[in-house]
Design a protein around this ligand. Structure first.
Ligand code: NAI
Length: 260
């Protein structure tokens, strides 16, 4: 028999912020590898567009309009997804927003709380509800599961004027490690991905900036912006049985930017 651990048929993957950008890049690969997929997004319009595209891969697709900062919404949507799809094997907490300030001294409290509510509360609620489902299933004799947090290079490099964002991304890594240790006994793994500079709506301003094109992108050894599709491989690996002993790790996907 051929070696086929990357075949995701029979597995269900849920990706928050899966309707565009990096999330959609991952969910497209997961669907093409055979997984049934659930996407959460804040925009019904983006959800519908992504759902139509994902359906062409011949897998079951569920799109839910969920604000990950809203605890009750996350609790309800995770339960609804588990019933609708029968099970959830992989949960990728990817939804996130940017939000800096002209300087740290001028960083508004409201902005700070807004970034924390999506990037940190959102990951906490998403992971917690995913763990409830996976632990219950493991206790019923069906262990396993994969949790993935999308952090950022901002977690490990100094991101000037982005203190709130950086703090949430560092926290995603710390939370992931706690979750990984606590849930290993249930066969549940947890890992984090740290993207570099990726061309999505989030970085639209930087993509249009002449200074950025002249000063930052030439410092990326891969000599290009990252694309959402660059995250397909790692998503499939972490959702698959190929990574069944790989937990508590961080994956930097940045075209070698951070080591140059
Ligand atoms: P994007 O702006 O293209 O997509 C963000 C996604 O998150 C969308 O699907 C949106 O619907 C969803 N979202 C935003 N707020 C939400 C909320 N409250 N509830 C539910 N969904 C919500 O952004 P991108 O670039 O694809 O970012 C994805 C993740 O990658 C984020 O966590 C971001 O911080 C991280 N990241 C991105 C980098 C980049 O260069 N683009 C670099 C490092 C990390």
């Amino acid at each position: 028999m051929a070696y086929a651990p990357f075949d995701l048929k029979g597995k269900v993957a849920l990706v928050t912020g899966g309707n565009r950008g990096i999330g959609l890049g991952m969910v497209e690969a997961l669907a093409q590898a055979g997984a049934d997929v659930v996407i959460w997004g804040s925009s019904a319009e983006h959800n519908a567009k992504a759902e139509a595209k994902l359906t062409t891969y011949g897998v079951r697709v569920l799109a839910q309009q969920v604000n990950v900062a809203d605890e009750a919404a996350v609790v309800a949507a995770m339960a609804e997804a588990a019933v609708a799809m029968g099970r959830i094997d992989t949960v990728i907490a990817n939804a996130g927003i940017g939000g800096g300030a002209p300087s740290f001294s001028e960083f508004g409290t409201e902005q700070y709380r807004r970034v924390l509510s999506v990037n940190l509360d959102g990951v906490f609620f998403t992971f917690r509800e995913a763990c409830k489902h996976m632990v219950e299933r493991a206790r019923g004799g069906d262990p396993g599961g994969s949790l993935i947090g999308i952090a950022s290079l901002a977690a490990i490099e100094g991101a000037a004027r982005n203190e709130a964002y950086a703090a949430t991304k560092g926290a995603v890594i710390s939370m992931m490690k706690s979750v990984a240790v606590e849930h290993a006994r249930y066969g549940v793994r947890a890992n984090a991905i740290l993207p570099g500079w990726i061309a999505t709506d989030m970085t639209a301003g930087a993509q249009e900036s002449k200074a950025f094109a002249e000063k930052v992108i030439p410092r990326v050894p891969a000599r290009r912006w990252g694309e959402p599709a660059d995250f397909g491989g790692i998503a499939v690996y972490l959702a698959s049985d190929a990574s069944s002993y790989h937990s508590g790790d961080t994956f930097v996907i940045d075209g070698a930017y951070s080591i140059f």
